[in-house]
Ligand binder design. Structure first.
Ligand SMILES: *[C@@H]1O[C@H](CO)[C@@H](O)[C@H](O)[C@H]1NC(C)=O
Ligand SMILES: *[C@@H]1O[C@H](CO)[C@@H](O)[C@H](O)[C@H]1NC(C)=O
Ligand SMILES: *[C@@H]1O[C@H](CO)[C@@H](O)[C@H](O)[C@H]1NC(C)=O
Ligand SMILES: *[C@@H]1O[C@H](CO)[C@@H](O)[C@H](O)[C@H]1NC(C)=O
Ligand SMILES: *[C@@H]1O[C@H](CO)[C@@H](O)[C@H](O)[C@H]1NC(C)=O
Ligand SMILES: *[C@@H]1O[C@H](CO)[C@@H](O)[C@H](O)[C@H]1NC(C)=O
Length: 449
């Protein structure tokens, strides 16, 4: 037995001496850890004592010079206005404030409307707006139905977009606001700038373009019948079950974004415009393709992200509501106060398909506004997206002297206002440019004002 121990003594010593040597180190580490867990890292208590009055985010450098915290919150906590839209939107914006309620802000789909009256007119508004009885009829109609936007489709074309067509992706979807009676405008558009199919860009490439017309319903049953025949013939009519009035135009945008997300979600770009404009579609294709190429790097993987903020138009800033009772744009103080946000004029605007999906989402927490292009500006503002101004989108036509220049018609992407006859003329002229106008560049001049 003894000889046995002797035999192993050397080995036991060999293995245990490091353990005995490490014991003080182990004790030191344990005690330090306990201290730190109780008191925090050295110096931390200094920051602690100043936190209630000043706050700084932790950074890489340990510095005693803390950044001052803002004196007030970034958002207003009260509204100094009695205007109807400002008030209901203020409540909604507060509810979806991304700092106060990040969870809700990320989930726009859960928004519900402020009244529980469904789609029947809400005459309670009468008690909220002090001057309701003096409002023009279109304003009265608007405020009593502005809580409603779920109007069903009456005509829903199914074959506009083919999701299977991998080889020919849809580059441009043209969504044109029109009214039932405007048969001639639609006919001219179909044969000129709104042609559906493979369109040759000015650079000579073929790209797929599709067209839809956006309509509400008219009260004239005879022309409604004609519209159904037209729809059967061309399959390019989208119609919803609301009365097609000026103050209902915003519904066409909101409902189109919804239609787009279900029927045509892969289109790369959308042109949204009126039926009394002329568009130089081949040049528009070149323009959007160049924008897409410029914004994409590392071969496409970042492209979708960069296109999410793409919207270009004739951008209007610091516009004030028109307070003159008697124009169709009249917006009373009791409905809206303040300037309008920056917005692209509604005659013609180009944006990416990915932005359209975001617009659908954010529009669910922006109350309807009677003027459609201002409403787009309100949605963009809440997305933090700034529209790009392009001087070749002439929603106020050419400046007078410039219209006479021989190549003027080859320098624009869009011009308002043009009759059906002028559309045919312009299409012929711009499709076969004379030699001196063949290389005309897009105009870059700002508006004269
Ligand atoms: C968003 O809201 C819907 C409906 O209230 C809910 O079903 C869904 O779980 C929510 N999603 C998130 C991410 O919170
Ligand atoms: C505005 O004009 C309408 C008629 O279009 C009139 O009935 C109304 O009283 C006017 N309102 C105001 C505030 O002047
Ligand atoms: C918009 O359409 C709805 C449904 O047809 C109608 O009740 C409402 O009066 C219209 N609004 C305006 C401002 O014309
Ligand atoms: C690409 O975009 C950048 C910044 O947006 C701009 O400065 C540049 O001119 C563009 N290039 C082309 C070829 O469009
Ligand atoms: C990106 O695509 C272009 C052609 O579209 C190609 O020439 C280039 O090599 C590609 N770059 C990378 C990093 O894959
Ligand atoms: C440009 O188009 C308009 C029609 O919109 C036409 O009247 C005019 O003659 C055209 N300009 C030229 C130089 O052809």
């Amino acid at each position: 037995m003894a000889s046995c121990l002797c035999r192993y003594r050397q080995r036991i010593l060999f293995f245990c001496s490091p353990c005995i040597l490490l014991l003080p180190v182990y004790i030191y580490v344990s005690i330090s850890l306990c201290y730190v867990m109780k008191h925090g890292p050295p110096g931390a208590h200094v920051v602690h004592s100043v936190l209630p009055t000043r706050f700084t985010a932790s950074g890489l450098k340990h510095s005693r010079d803390l950044a001052p915290h803002p004196a007030k919150s970034f958002w207003r906590s009260e509204l100094d206005s009695s205007a109807l839209w400002n008030n209901i939107q203020f409540e909604t914006d507060l509810q979806y404030n991304p700092i106060l309620r990040p969870h809700l802000a990320a989930n726009a789909s859960s928004v519900s409307y402020n009244t529980g009256v469904g789609c029947s007119p809400n005459y309670e508004i009468n008690n909220i707006m002090h001057d309701y009885t003096n409002l023009p009829n279109q304003m009265k109609n608007f405020v009593t139905t502005m809580h409603c936007r779920d109007y069903p489709l009456l005509i829903d074309p199914l074959d506009v977009c083919d999701p299977q067509a991998k080889k020919w992706p849809l580059i441009l979807l043209m969504a044109i606001k029109t009214q039932t009676a405007n048969f001639d405008n639609r006919e001219a558009i179909r044969e000129t700038w709104g042609r559906s199919g493979k369109i040759k860009t000015r650079g000579g490439k073929q790209r797929l373009v599709r067209r839809v017309f956006l309509l509400g319903k008219s009260e004239d049953l005879h022309i409604e019948e004609k519209l159904h025949l037209e729809s059967e013939k061309y399959g390019d009519i989208i119609q919803w079950d609301f009365i097609d009035t000026f103050f209902n135009l915003t519904l066409k945008d909101v409902l189109f974004w919804d239609w787009f997300s279900r029927r045509c979600p892969h289109a790369h770009f959308i042109f949204k415009g009126d039926d009394d404009v002329f568009v130089r579609t081949p040049a528009v294709l070149d323009y959007v393709l160049a924008e897409a190429a410029n914004r994409s790097f590392s071969n496409g993987s970042r492209q979708a992200n960069k296109m999410e903020t793409f919207v270009v138009g004739d951008v209007i800033s610091n516009a004030a509501p028109i307070r003159f009772n008697g124009t169709k744009y009249y917006i009373p103080e009791s409905f809206y106060e303040g300037l309008y946000p920056t917005y692209p004029g509604g005659g013609g605007v180009l944006y990416s398909g990915s932005l359209a999906h975001r617009l659908l989402e954010v529009s669910q927490r922006v109350h309807l506004f009677p003027i459609d292009d201002v409403y787009l500006g309100m949605c963009l503002q809440r997305l933090g997206v700034y529209p790009i101004h392009h001087p070749a989108l002439l929603t106020f036509d050419f400046p007078k002297d410039e219209a006479k220049e021989p190549c003027a018609n080859h320098t624009m992407l869009l011009v308002h206002k043009r009759s059906p006859a002028e559309m045919f003329q312009l299409w012929t002229e711009t499709s076969t440019p004379s030699p001196e106008c063949r290389n005309a560049m897009l105009r870059v001049k700002p508006r004269p004002d």
